[in-house]
Design a protein around this ligand. Structure first.
Ligand SMILES: Nc1ncnc2c1ncn2[C@@H]1O[C@H](COP(=O)(O)OP(=O)(O)OP(=O)(O)O)[C@@H](O)[C@H]1O
Length: 257
């Protein structure tokens, strides 16, 4: 068990409002962790702090540092620096290039990653290695059969899967999935859940998921962290957390269960 991501007393104020209120958490590489909470609990703000989209008011963020074997302080890093450091994110909204095919989208993401990496082996290995990497990503995410399809003709579920492939193109240590099943029909939900499980088994990346669909959360999580009013309300196994009365109370009156 190794800590791959850690926050210490992380806080974000928007004027008088404390959206993230002193969150200290250690994410372990052996678990799929879900971060849940009612609407307005601070999940998106927390993700935005982790990925450098927002700067914290106070506190710190640490990510596994492969070179040093410890944790690197990424508190002040810009989003592209956070991605380079190994923290990748798929967004709630689709962000694929609609006019390109699935393979072209993956190629763009992969090339931009290669360009930003100081990895001589990768640069020196040339086009054949790049193409092999692209095919592997397509295979991993089950997109091979639609690799030559233009993204503007894909279903919502397929586009979300392309997003996952794009996020994986940077070879993340930690993959933050922002509502992976949002807007999906039940069949697509089942497919994406199996994909997340397969990726978790096949890759070294550690998955952290925010999700409103509680069936999905229960299904995929080894650990659930509940945020309420910006602070950690509960943290434990799905069984413990979902039987915690304080969690039920936090959701009462909310339509986001
Ligand atoms: N840029 C901002 N400026 C001011 N207040 C903000 C801003 N972003 C978020 N907030 C507030 O911070 C609190 C937490 O919002 P956040 O979006 O992080 O919650 P959430 O748990 O992701 O909610 P949801 O599940 O509805 O997406 C809310 O009260 C929200 O209104």
């Amino acid at each position: 068990m190794t800590t791959v991501l850690k926050t210490e007393d992380l806080r974000k104020q928007f004027g008088e409002l404390t959206a993230v209120d002193g969150v200290s958490i250690e994410i372990d590489d052996s678990e799929i962790t879900s971060i849940i909470g009612p609407n307005g609990a601070g999940k998106t703000t927390f993700y935005n702090l982790l990925t450098g989209v927002l700067q914290p008011t106070s506190g710190s963020i640490w990510l596994r540092d492969d070179g040093e074997g410890g944790l690197a302080d990424i508190t002040d890093a810009e989003p592209h620096e956070v991605a380079q450091a190994g923290l990748s994110r798929s967004y709630q909204i689709t962000n694929v290039f609609e006019g390109l095919t699935v393979r072209e989208n993956v190629r763009v993401a992969r090339i931009s990653h290669e360009k930003t990496r100081l990895d001589f082996r990768s640069r020196a290995s040339g086009d054949a290695a790049l193409e092999a990497d692209i095919e592997e990503l397509l295979e991993l995410t089950g997109l091979t059969d639609i690799a030559d399809t233009s993204c503007d003709t894909l279903s919502h579920g397929e586009k979300r899967t392309v997003e996952i492939a794009l996020a994986l193109a940077i070879e993340p240590d930690v993959f933050l999935m922002d509502e992976p099943t949002a807007g999906m029909n039940p069949t697509e939900v089942t497919e994406i859940v199996s994909l997340i499980r397969e990726l978790d088994a096949d890759l070294d990346a550690t998955f952290v998921v925010t999700e409103h669909n509680m069936d999905v959360v229960t299904d995929i999580s080894d650990r659930i962290v509940v945020l309420a009013e910006g602070a950690i309300l509960a943290d434990g196994t799905p069984e413990d957390v979902l039987n915690d009365e304080r969690v039920t109370e936090a959701y009462l009156g909310s339509d986001s269960v």
